[in-house]
Design a protein around this ligand. Structure first.
Ligand SMILES: C[S@@+](CC[C@H](N)C(=O)[O-])C[C@H]1O[C@@H](n2cnc3c(N)ncnc32)[C@H](O)[C@@H]1O
Length: 260
């Protein structure tokens, strides 16, 4: 079954939106501490415009990036140059086909991006490739958002919900809204629309809607996937806090696993 095209979903105005979005608050210190504790080089999967990667470079850390979207990577390069950072080493690849000539002590996947890979055989392949790109005992750390309760009992399509506003370099404004079209509780998959509206002053001058989605996982499924692909799960924390994932955490689980 075809789900959606991740590269298309994250190109054009989507990349403009992420380039303007530099919020680091919730996960920046968390992943930084993991990378520093492991020492050695790290790989940012789905690095996008480099929200985390660029600030880690700025801190003198050795971090490379991978992304499926050429537009995202172009913004990442441009922003790094504007910040006078060294040119980041970026790979334009889908994580399902990760193939780069370096091994890492940390591979991290922020923003729940593993959930962009929808097909089960591709997720398995992705995890096997992460395994191959880690040093022995290297750490894979990533978050998965908790969707099950958010979608239970709701009817879809939902209303449009404002997601982001950005000032574009040409002076126009970009407004992005999302709505959930479907939450398939058997397939554990959300389908959503993302609407990009461009305003010139007060006038709406362009609108486009893209279809995307993501899968959700339960805690035990995540552990199973990792154990089946050669990882040892070290801990699962909740909501980017240094405490075990439990029912009080409603946002995200953060999974730490090591290459066996
Ligand atoms: C939600 S954005 C997060 C961007 C960045 N990690 C951040 O935290 O600001 C998801 C990113 O994952 C990338 N992505 C989605 N599917 C991917 C895939 N299969 N392989 C590699 N990158 C992918 C997108 O292009 C996008 O840059």
């Amino acid at each position: 079954m075809a789900y959606f095209d991740e590269a298309e979903l994250y190109s054009g105005f989507a990349a403009e939106m992420w380039a303007a979005y530099d919020e680091k608050g919730w996960d920046h210190a968390y992943y930084k501490a993991v990378i520093l504790a492991n020492g050695g080089p790290a790989l940012d999967i789905g690095c996008g415009t480099g929200r985390l990667l660029r600030s880690y470079l700025q801190a003198g850390m050795d971090v490379d990036g991978v992304d499926i979207s050429a537009d995202m990577l172009a913004h990442c390069k441009r922003l790094a140059a504007e910040q006078d950072l060294r040119a980041p080493t970026l790979y334009h690849q889908p994580m399902q086909a990760l193939d780069i000539p370096r091994r890492y002590t940390t591979i991290y996947i922020p923003c729940g991006s593993l959930a962009c890979v929808m097909k089960r055989d591709e997720v398995r392949e992705t995890l096997c490739r992460f395994h191959r790109h880690l040093e022995p005992d290297g750490e894979l750390v990533f978050n998965l958002f908790i969707e099950e309760e958010q979608t239970a009992g709701k009817t879809f399509p939902s209303e449009w919900v404002g997601w982001s506003k950005a000032d574009l370099p040409d002076g126009r404004k970009l407004q992005v809204d999302r709505r959930v079209m479907k939450a398939d509780r058997i397939d554990q998959a959300v389908t959503e629309h993302r609407r990009y509206r461009i305003y010139d002053g007060e006038a709406l001058v362009h609108e486009e809607i893209r279809t995307g989605g993501y899968r959700w996982y339960t805690h035990n499924e995540a552990l199973w996937m990792l154990e089946a692909t050669g990882f040892r799960v070290e801990k699962v924390n909740g909501d980017y806090k240094d405490e075990p994932f439990s029912e009080k955490h409603t946002g995200t689980m953060v999974i730490h696993a090591r290459r066996v």
